[in-house]
Design a protein around this ligand. Structure first.
Ligand SMILES: [Ca+2]
Ligand SMILES: [Ca+2]
Length: 214
């Protein structure tokens, strides 16, 4: 009987662990390119994510060998533009940032997370401030240090804002370097769920342990 209850306790703990893992997967809508080497990942219910959440979600949602996409040629640009237009949304993260991250010149020091050469760009025209062209550090020098791609394919420097539809990922097994940054964000509803599951896990374990001792 003791072993029965201790098995139950272990099963309950395992179930809770599974819930913890599944509830931490913030993004779940995946659209693959026809060749299977690119994907656009978004959340359900119009979840929007900042750059670090996106960068850390890639292997959670797609598995190892995937990273935030890097665009190093016109043909790659065209393929990704077509892919994101088939998904819709406002803008998607790509795998680039300014290194060092406090670079003040909006044009300087852009770096692919894979270390590939920065020899192709497709900056967009926002018309919003300054010349109207990106990159523009839209809120002042050093305020936009991460790379996004808008629905029409134009690139945009962005702050680590959370109002981006999702990200573009690429599969090629290149090693990546993600700069140190804010901790991975968890949507509030998931946070409460995690706390609830954690408390339930402890209570269940104690109940089973007490019954098992008797
Ligand atoms: Ca910048
Ligand atoms: Ca910008």
């Amino acid at each position: 009987m003791n072993s029965f209850f201790s098995k139950c306790a272990r099963l309950a703990a395992a179930a809770c662990a599974l819930l913890l893992v599944s509830s931490s997967a913030a993004l779940s809508m995946i659209t693959y390119s026809s060749d299977g080497n690119y994907a656009v990942v978004t959340g359900t219910n119009a979840t929007q994510v900042n750059w670090y959440v996106a960068a850390n979600d890639v292997t959670t949602s797609l598995g190892s060998g995937w990273h935030l996409a890097t665009i190093t040629s016109q043909s790659e640009q065209n393929n990704i533009t077509n892919l994101i237009s088939s998904v819709g949304g406002n803008e998607f993260w790509l795998g680039a940032y300014q290194n060092p991250i406090d670079t003040l010149d909006p044009n300087a020091n852009w770096t692919w997370i894979t270390g590939e050469l920065w020899n192709y760009t497709n900056w967009g025209y926002s018309g919003w401030s300054g010349s109207g062209w990106e990159p523009n550090d839209g809120f002042g020098p050093g305020t936009e240090q991460y790379l996004g791609i808008t629905l029409g394919g134009g690139w945009n420097d962005e702050g680590n804002y959370s109002n981006i539809s999702g990200y573009v990922a690429e599969r090629d097994s290149l090693p990546v370097i993600i700069p140190p940054g804010p901790p991975i964000g968890v949507p509030e509803s998931s946070t409460f769920m995690l706390i609830g599951v954690g408390v339930a896990s402890v209570v269940l374990s104690r109940i089973f342990a007490k019954v098992a001792i008797k």
